[in-house]
Design a binder for this molecule. Structure first.
Ligand code: HEM
Ligand code: MG
Length: 312
């Protein structure tokens, strides 16, 4: 049986997170760095297992402790990741590529591909990773990172990362992809993660992605109002490229502002497509994880729970 997710932290006051108990150790050859700089940082500091294979409850506790994520938001993101990229049978998720360390997979078309699996949680128009069409979309890209820095210098208050550079860079990454990436996909659920992720570097300790630098105090801003501000500067309609510079709009897919629509599409289309007809123990754990996901979706919305696999 799988453990319930942890609740909110008893003490969420500011504290040093790169403390003596969590020293930076660079990943070894068998460790699994991946598409999320936040997860990589947590593994490199031992907030989650350093080999990059972790249970959802470990990740939830880690993001609350080290990055001050709220409990609901943490649950929403982590159970989304488990259901798209993890192994619900063993309750393990790889933050990098697919690995046997997550145990025997459920039947295909379940992917259990890890956070690096393209077009699940990982998707196009990342700030510091190239499009999957061009190469490893989970590997830190120095050239894109330099672009990130230059946007901070050009648009940020005193050269820092804030709403200005965040919205200009987000807009620019989308325009770049429209012009160069023949298989660009920019619809839900990716539209939600791009805009949430664009807010995350606002916390200072994140960008020790590649290096050993790790600063200390983090206090997390509210993510959805910031996403909204980033969107408002350069609004867009969802769509997909059918060849280079041929962005076909998909106005009937859920928009960024329609959180419940995105939740519904995520559950009924994206997650359900990996498990066409689950039975027995698999169905049971899927339903349990879907309930944890829905719990997290209460973060600031009033959605209705979806049951793609029926109730038990
Ligand atoms: C990107 C997962 C928490 C910061 C990503 C991506 C995934 C992911 C799959 C790749 C999306 C893409 O760019 O294609 C998760 C999960 C988390 C989590 C499951 C669990 C709660 C965090 C935390 C931070 C963070 C705590 C830092 C405060 C970022 C940033 C990106 C990102 C900045 C964008 C990277 C880029 O665009 O180049 N995350 N993440 N994430 N994550 Fe996380
Ligand atoms: Mg990506």
């Amino acid at each position: 049986s799988i453990p319930n997710p942890p609740g909110p932290l008893a003490d969420d006051s500011l504290k040093l997170v790169a403390d003596a108990a969590h020293p930076f150790i660079a990943p070894g050859p068998n460790d699994l760095p991946g598409s999320c700089p936040g997860m990589n940082t947590l593994a490199n500091h031992g907030y989650i297992p350093r080999n990059g294979v972790a249970r959802p409850d470990q990740i939830i506790t880690a993001v609350m402790e080290a990055f001050n994520f709220g409990n609901d938001f943490a649950k929403f993101v982590v159970y989304q990741a488990l259901l798209l990229d993890g192994n619900p049978l063993t309750n393990l998720l790889s933050i990098g590529k697919k690995t046997h360390e997550t145990g025997p997979d459920p039947p295909k078309p379940a992917l259990v591909g890890g956070l690096s699996q393209h077009n699940t949680f990982e998707g196009d128009t990342s700030m510091t990773r190239v499009e999957a069409f061009f190469g490893d979309s989970f590997v830190f890209n120095e050239e894109l990172f330099q672009k990130f820095i230059s946007f901070c210098e050009k648009f940020g208050f005193n050269g820092t990362y804030d709403i200005g550079p965040a919205s200009e860079l987000r807009h620019q990454r989308l325009q770049d992809s429209i012009q160069t990436s023949p298989q660009l996909v920019f619809i839900a659920p990716r539209i939600l993660s791009t805009y949430s992720e664009a807010t995350l570097p606002c916390s200072s300790s994140l960008m020790d992605v590649q290096t050993t630098v790790s600063s200390a105090l983090t206090r997390f801003p509210q993510i959805s109002p910031l996403s909204q501000q980033i969107f408002d500067k350069h609004p867009f309609t969802s769509g997909v490229n059918q060849g280079v510079n041929n962005f076909v709009l998909m106005p009937n897919t859920p928009a960024l502002t329609d959180f419940c629509g995105i939740y519904k599409d995520l559950v009924n289309r994206v997650i359900a497509s990996q498990h066409p007809n689950p039975t027995g123990a698999l169905k049971k754990v899927l339903n349990k994880n879907l309930t944890f996901l829905f719990d997290g979706a209460k973060v600031n919305h009033n959605c209705t729970q979806e049951f793609p696999f029926g109730t038990d």
